[in-house]
Design a protein around this ligand. Sequence first.
Ligand code: ADP
Ligand code: X2W
Length: 262
Amino acid sequence: MQHVSIIKIGGNIIDDKEATTRFLLKFSQVPGYKLLIHGGGKIATQIAERLGLKAQMVDGRRITDQSMLEVVTMVYGGLVNKQLVAGLQAKGCNAIGLTGADGNSVLAQKREVATIDYGFAGDIVAVNAQQISSLLEQQLTPVFAPLTYDTTGSMLNTNADTMAATIAWSLASRYNVHLIYCFEKKGVLSDPDNDNSVIPALTLPMYEQLKQQGIISKGMIPKLDNAYTALRKGVQRIIICHADELQTVVSTSTVSGTTLSL
Ligand SMILES: Nc1ncnc2c1ncn2[C@@H]1O[C@H](COP(=O)(O)OP(=O)(O)O)[C@@H](O)[C@H]1O
Ligand SMILES: CC(=O)N[C@@H](CCC(=O)OP(=O)(O)O)C(=O)O
């Protein structure tokens, strides 16, 4: 089976020009089939504020009304996606920028209103693995914005960690999939105030316990929930690491960051 590296880059790195440039160089050097999924929540919040819109997050998910949907479509699908694609082209990586609507890649449905109305937030219904494979086989590197679409023709806002995990497990029957979450810390920490307290190997029971103790919190919870689902669904290897450690993590000889297991 061919190997594919699925790499997610978070909004705190994208918001830092120098960190992004360093990451793009490392990403461009990852050998074999690869795919990038980016966030950009921090930039969307800043631009929304400039337009007089206040961001509202619940459990790490953005409440996305019509105006916010317009902002995130512009920011994720336009500004952030195209800057990353151009940056990769400059490093010799033939990237192609996509949202879930492009090539019918990731279909979703508007999240049903339960206790909270998330507005135009999309829950993924189907990933077009054939379409993604055909891009990889053409030696293109897909770069996905965290946007999906529905059958009524509306764009939807989907959490980037969820998008990365869902694409990863949807490709797991065709490829050996490695999923790497890159962010601004060295891994999952046993002490959130100590950046060097990286947990090298995190099992699901350990995660449950640290979550209960409040040691794992905020955006790390949806990230890990998605990641453990991806492991259960056949993704071979999942690592959470600092964006600067990408190269170390993909060359399997050295251990860095946090490796997940069930
Ligand atoms: N135990 C922990 N180890 C590392 N990060 C943690 C932990 N608990 C909470 N976090 C928080 O989770 C955040 C990462 O989640 P998120 O903001 O969604 O990341 P991303 O930038 O990848 O989208 C970190 O910035 C950190 O503040
Ligand atoms: C529905 C939802 O919450 N979507 C996310 C998509 C961006 C994202 O996930 O960005 P980070 O990876 O930088 O956090 C949002 O708008 O914040």
